[in-house]
Unconditional design. Structure first.
Length: 202
C-alpha cells in the first residue's frame, strides 16, 4: 500500500510552496518555541497539503487559538498530553496525532489508552528533549507497538532509507515523517532530495 508523506519543520514561504508541489499528504509546522524550526507568528501560505501543527505540552486553550489562526487540519502532540486532551481536540474537529518517543523500554500498554482517540500515532526516537532528534530507533520494536493504532514512522529518516522503507511490511504503517535529514539548514528543505525520495518510493 502506498505510504503517506509528511514533510515537517517547514518555515520559509518559498520553500513551503516548493515542497507543496511535490504533493505530500501533510506539511508540518512546529509551534514549540525551543525548536530551531519554530514557526512563530509567520503566516502559512495557501497550500494543497494538509497543515499539521506540532505542539509540546501547550495548554489546550492556547493550542486551539493557534490552530484556528492558522486553519490547521491536524494537531500533532509531542509532549506528555493525556488521552483527555486528545479527545477534546478531536471533538473540536481536528485530526489528532500523538507522538511517542520509542526505545527498548517502551511498552504497548502505554499506547493503549490513546487508541481510538488519535487518527495516527507517530513513533520517534527517545531522547532527553521533546520533539524530533534526527536519530533513528530500532525499527524491530515496531513489531510489538504497531498493533495498537495506525502510525507514521519518524526519527532520522534520510534519502538512503528509501529502499528499506519501501520493503517494510509492518502492521498499521500509514506513512513517513521527513524532516532534518532533508535539510540545507534548520527549517529549509532540500527540494531535490525530497523529490528523489518520493519518486523512488511513492
Amino acid at each position: 500500500m502506498q505510504k503517506k508523506i509528511k514533510i515537517c519543520g517547514m518555515r520559509e514561504k518559498d520553500n513551503i510552496l516548493q515542497a507543496d508541489t511535490l504533493n505530500p499528504d501533510y506539511l508540518g509546522f512546529i509551534f514549540y518555541p525551543p525548536s530551531p524550526r519554530f514557526f512563530g507568528t509567520l503566516t502559512i501560505p495557501e497550500i494543497r497539503a494538509k497543515k499539521v501543527g506540532v505542539f509540546v505540552n501547550e495548554p489546550v486553550n492556547s493550542l486551539l487559538r493557534i490552530a484556528n489562526k492558522h486553519t490547521l487540519d491536524v494537531i500533532q502532540l509531542h509532549g506528555n498530553e493525556s488521552p483527555d486532551v486528545c479527545r477534546t481536540l478531536r471533538s473540536s474537529g481536528y485530526e489528532v496525532w500523538k507522538a511517542f518517543n520509542v526505545n527498548e523500554f517502551t511498552k504497548k500498554d502505554e499506547l493503549i489508552p490513546f487508541a481510538g482517540l488519535c487518527d495516527y500515532f507517530l513513533f520517534d526516537a527517545k531522547t532527553l528533549q521533546p520533539g524530533g532528534s534526527g536519530k533513528k530507533f530500532n525499527w524491530e520494536l515496531l513489531l510489538e507497538l504497531s498493533s495498537v493504532n495506525q502510525f507514521f514512522l519518524s526519527g532520522g529518516i534520510g534519502p538512503e532509507d528509501a529502499d528499506r522503507i519501501k520493503e517494510l511490511n509492518i502492521q498499521n504503517l500509514a506513512g513517513v515523517d521527513l524532516n532534518s535529514r532533508f535539510e540545507i539548514a534548520p527549517a529549509l528543505k532540500d527540494i531535490d532530495m525530497l523529490a528523489a525520495f518520493i519518486k523512488k518510493n511513492y
